[in-house]
Write a new protein. Structure first.
Length: 324
């Protein structure tokens, strides 16, 4: 399902977001709390906000990618910053196929560098990711929520774990529900956190859905034609908007598009295959998203608790791209 979903060209339900059970299980949240840095680094969240808002002012399309960074981090090893690490052999999460289109890493680096000057060795990279995701949404006039902090950074990154843990855009509803449930997330979280992509992720849906050169019959024919015009059979780079025309805003038009069979991924269309996910989706569409902002904040807090490292486990990296 590509990742979060936000109609910001790709997400919230658009370019919104494992820890493999046990060491990655969505349990232990002891040590997380709102205001964790109030005494040790009181300006921490203000410093991060400054870098996010400056970057978003220059490029509003960064909102979805920044949200997606947090989602892709939390679903692999938990919310412990492994998506930021780089290995010399390139076998890191960054180089896994689902993560090749991730961007916004420099904003994390810049915010972290400023935090190291303000209060060295105090604020973790994983907490920076969590704060950045919230501030990116606020910069788009989207929802805000209180971010729990106190995470520590992990020491491991593995390309193959990203491949096996991130929800696939080809997933059916049963697979999606199971994957989200393994992270401590329910069906409402699934709908709230669903979405963006690139041409390779939907090529099969457009050109060879059943192996006979056909397209997915669950995809609106006019929308499919537009996508084929953008995505040629050999195109590996074109980025696609979940909600064309609204990539600089945070809204609920995604729900309408899915109900019209214009969801970008098979995993979007799958939301209509379960009564509970379909009911929530249609409720938000018909009520103009009256509870979506609140629900989104709740789901983000829940996701931010997946597989966290706290206390003396892990470390606070000095630079987010490498272990100390």
């Amino acid at each position: 399902m590509a990742a979060l979903r936000m109609t910001i060209s790709c997400v919230i339900l658009l370019q919104v977001l494992s820890c493999l059970l046990s060491s990655f299980a969505p349990t232990n949240v002891q040590g997380l709390k709102v205001g964790f840095y109030d005494k040790a680094c009181p300006k921490a969240e203000l410093i991060v906000k400054k870098f996010v808002f400056e970057a978003m002012k220059k490029d509003p399309t960064l909102g979805a990618p920044l949200l997606r960074l947090f989602f892709h981090d939390c679903f692999v090893r938990g919310c412990e910053g492994s998506v930021l690490l780089e290995l010399k052999n390139k076998k890191d999460e960054k180089n896994a196929m689902p993560n090749l289109s991730l961007r916004g890493f420099e904003i994390i680096d810049n915010a972290k560098a400023a935090l190291e000057k303000e209060c060295p060795g105090i604020v973790s990279c994983s907490d920076v990711l969590a704060i950045v995701a919230r501030d990116a949404m606020v910069a788009l006039n989207g929802p805000s929520w209180e971010v729990e902090t106190g995470r520590r950074d992990g020491l491991v990154t593995n390309m193959y774990e990203a491949l096996s843990n991130l929800p696939s855009p080809l997933s059916n509803i049963s697979s999606l529900i199971t994957r989200f449930h393994s992270k401590g997330l329910d069906k409402k979280d699934l709908v709230v956190l669903s979405g963006k992509g690139h041409c390779p992720q939907i090529r099969n849906r457009l050109y060879n859905f059943t192996g006979k050169g056909d397209s997915d019959p669950n995809l609106d024919t006019k929308y499919a034609a537009k996508l084929r015009n953008k995505c040629k059979p050999t195109d590996n780079t074109m980025a696609l908007e979940m909600d064309p025309g609204s990539f600089k805003t945070f809204d609920v038009s995604y729900f309408k598009r899915v109900s019209q069979r214009r969801g970008l991924f098979q995993s979007d269309a799958a939301l209509l295959d379960n009564q509970e996910t379909k009911s929530y989706l249609l409720k938000q569409m018909n009520s103009d998203g009256s509870t979506f902002f609140k629900d989104f904040g709740v789901s983000m807090v829940k996701m931010g608790r997946i597989g966290v490292l706290t206390g003396k486990v892990g470390q606070v990296r000095k630079k987010c791209r490498m272990v100390n």
